[in-house]
Design a protein around this ligand. Structure first.
Ligand code: HEM
Length: 344
């Protein structure tokens, strides 16, 4: 006869509830808040695990060579990306709980943890890499993994060399079938020439330089002078044109989900950034300008990471190239039909 499932066993509570061992207890010293400190870190790590579960599943779907914009898979991708953003929002709020611990409460046990630090959270660094943070964009390249065990460094390096969500996004955007091409054979009448002219008309005198950036990003034209480091870019010109097209014409049925996908990635970046800033301010409040237990410069390192570690910044940048809805070029009737619901 099958054994009846029991809540305690199903959730492995024996393991989870017996996994808190405050250092202060071992030393017979009083540090009431160390339990909170351990549990909050464990809760974060569990949520990081769930985030990996979601990101991995999204990557599996996006790796499929023919992910159809109008398919159930795309809905699943958007749904899970939105879930990731919601979890991250909760992780930001959790800082509130930790902030009920005062700097003096923390000092009761802080020295006992050295040199351990959240800096060694390999799940966090692996998550950044899986989403698309490149080694070249890392703050503290020379030491961001220096405090980690070999086996954890390998995990992060593997994620950095694999197909990140950002790379998969690039491939998906590049194969988007409906975005108008930039084919010069279409001459001056091409959609993108028309759009470029309209964008130029929308620019303020002091923004005129935006046009060369436009040419660089959407047409890979550099005019001899390169303002962006193309080596560092993850999205190709073709992918950027597709993403801009999605943003501009997102009201059409076929583009609604693709737009939500892009929007969810921006939301993830914003929530990650909010977490970094909340964590950094909490650190400042807790230890002032002292170095971290992980040995970094503390707040200064965290500020650098917060400024540099935006993962989907190339998508956010595309918002500089939008024009007013009422000035959008009209689409060819054939394309307009293809972007709508197909009636039999
Ligand atoms: C009293 C509370 C905390 C303090 C004072 C603190 C302090 C710091 C400091 C100073 C750093 C920079 C590295 C170092 O030198 O140690 C750091 C990094 C980090 N901490 Fe915390 N932390 C606290 C709580 C947390 C919590 C609850 C988490 C949740 C997992 C966390 C996750 C991280 C992560 C992921 C990093 C690496 C960030 C990056 O490399 O961009 N920390 N922390």
């Amino acid at each position: 006869m099958a054994v009846e499932m029991y809540y305690h066993d199903y959730l492995q509570l024996d393991k989870i509830l017996n996994a808190q061992f405050p250092e202060s207890d071992k030393k017979n010293l009083s540090a009431h808040d160390e339990m909170l400190f351990i549990i909050i870190h464990q809760a974060y790590e569990l949520w990081f695990k769930q985030l990996h579960h979601e990101v991995d599943s999204v990557a599996v779907i996006m790796k499929e060579p023919a992910l159809n914009d109008n398919s159930p898979e795309l809905q699943t991708v958007v749904h899970r990306l939105n879930r990731i953003a919601v979890i991250l929002r909760v992780l930001v709020q959790q800082v509130d709980i930790l902030e009920t611990m005062t700097p003096m409460d923390f000092l009761d046990f802080r020295d006992m943890l050295r040199p351990a630090s959240g800096f060694q959270s390999w799940q966090f660094k692996q998550l950044e890499a899986k989403l698309g943070l490149k080694f070249q964009h890392r703050q503290g390249q020379e030491y961001y993994i220096s405090k980690l065990r070999e086996e954890h460094i390998d995990i992060i390096k593997k994620a950095e060399s694999g197909k990140s969500l950002l790379k998969l996004l690039n491939a998906w955007l590049e194969r988007m079938p409906l975005a108008p091409s930039s084919d010069s054979k279409e001459g001056k009448e091409s959609f993108w020439n028309d759009y470029r002219n309209r964008y130029q008309d929308s620019l303020d005198e002091v923004e005129k330089n935006n046009l060369s950036l436009f040419d660089e990003i959407f047409f890979e034209k550099t005019n001899g002078q390169q303002t962006q480091d193309n080596e560092q870019r993850s999205l190709s010109a073709k992918a950027c044109r597709a993403a801009l097209f999605i943003m501009l014409y997102r009201g059409y049925p076929l583009l609604q989900l693709p737009f939500q996908l892009l929007n969810a990635l921006l939301e993830i970046d914003e929530q990650l950034s909010s977490w970094r800033y909340r964590h950094m301010n909490m650190v400042h409040r807790m230890i002032g300008t002292r170095i971290g237990t992980g040995g970094s410069s503390g707040k200064d390192y965290l500020k650098g990471a917060a400024d540099k570690h935006y993962i989907f910044k190339e998508i956010a940048q595309l918002n500089s190239f939008l024009i007013e809805r009422r000035k959008l070029p009209a689409l060819l009737p054939e394309l307009e039909k293809r972007l709508g619901f197909v009636a039999s």
